[in-house]
Design a protein around this ligand. Sequence first.
Ligand code: DON
Length: 585
Amino acid sequence: MIRITVKAWTRECGSWLAGLVVALLLIGTDAVVAKDTPIISGRDIFHPVFARHGMVSTQEVTATGIGVDILKKGGNAVDAAVAVGFALAVTLPRAGNIGGGGFMMVHIAASGKTVAIDYREMAPAGATGKMYLDSQGNVDKQRARFSYLSVGVPGTVAGMALALEKYGTMSLAEVMAPAIFLARNGITVTSQTAGALHRRQKRLSKHPATARIFLHSDGTALAAGEQLVQADLAESLTQIAEQGPDAFYRGEIARKIAASMSANGGLITMDDLKNYTAVERAPVHGSYRGYDIYSMPPPSSGGVHLIQLLNILEDYPIAFLGHNTADTIHLMTEAMKLAYADRSHYLGDPDFWKVPVAGLTSKAYAAKLREKISLRYATPSKSIKPGDPLPHESNETTHYSIMDSAGNVVSNTYTLNFSFGTGIVAAGTGILLNNEMDDFSAKPGVPNAFGLVGGEANAIEAHKRPLSSMTPTIVFRDGKASFATGSPGGSRIITTTLQLIMNVVDHEMNISAATAASRIHHQWLPDKLRVEAGISGDTLDLLSTMGHNIQIGNVMGSTQTVMRFDQGFFGAADPRRVGARAQGY
Ligand code: DON
């Protein structure tokens, strides 16, 4: 009641600060003082998993177990992460991969170093700006998304190998052994994989090398409970384990990928594979209410806009306004529109385009953007344009997070882009190939599969990496890694990760409750506020009155989160995708 009165009063006089002062006087300070570590509160329905020595949270239960086994054997978080990365390529074939790419954030406790490993796909040498335009100059979606031309040069094998070599302690053969075993001996098809195969049956059936693996001889998809044996994939993985990444980029696998490409109108050549490099980059860094945020820099837009959003929102009393209230959702939505408008203009591969990272992530720019936000009304997207930060300084992905007893942390998001990517397996390799090229802006202003628009910064060029939204993130408190998180979900990855962090920091939820809470998303264009079920009808009414165009849609994202605290570790797997599991030891 007090809260409602204060909020009404706040709205009347239009001053958040004054409202906050009155609130403090009325209800005392206890209610608004943040606790140091959000642990378990009596008000939460969902509770995280607890363990003493280490924690792994992934979207697939067998892969989680493999990560935990590596930790138990004395491997560090990076060893476990590489083992999980290869395992998911077998056990979660719609998203786990060696034919795609991604990003890995690594924190090494002993040195205090936090790095971002970029193993995003690269455009082949033959790629050109207009390669997806038809004779009328329109984007040919089939060519951009489902053809051999959609495939970017895969980065996963190079990225995993780089991480292991620099920061792991075990050999490739050791960490890859479980994946090879499962590919060779088969796994039981889960109901989720069966569902995904069924939904993509038509796409998969077009490619004989794919159909042989995932479909019956009559063309129907493998069903739940049946065995999925991936013999060619087992052979490819064995070659990588024995010969290192050269097997993929220069050896037999490379020859098979290049042969598949030239036989089917694709562009990737042996040279493209040989020239692929994974790169270690400096993470983007920001702060939010006493926490330090380290996240993925370009060619992902994730880290930049996560920090930009947190900067904009930091000045509002979010905890006081309440979780998923109309006021909070309104402010988050308005901030999201501004950030995604900037994304469309400024973000691209930093090796090709100067991204004003410092400007976009500065508190001063956030303050300028805040001036554009009305506290009462939704700003129509059409009246929002990309802002003016300081000048340039010189539908199926999967995320997992791991912490070990030494305090090392990995936060990894990787993808084939769509479920099963292009649906194309390079003949004889068992490797599903990505359709990441669709993440480029095929034509200025024409949305990609996730409705995202872009321009020159993200135009297609040979050897360039398409802009991503993947946001693997590590959050620190007092210099120590506190929690790691990230999500799949295309354009919704950034806002999903944002909400997980705000739920923990602002709303003092434990990571499990923070994961389960209903999510919202706005990406500037289209001008729609998408919400999950579970937000009160009254709240949605209030938001409509403010001018928001609300769309209740499917669930968004699948965060996999781990958190360290004095007594051990918490893990939270997202209940939105069945089969996800957090487990420690
Ligand atoms: O890199 C990106 O932003 C997209 N390729 C991610 C795609 C994705 O998350 C699809 N799944 N849920």
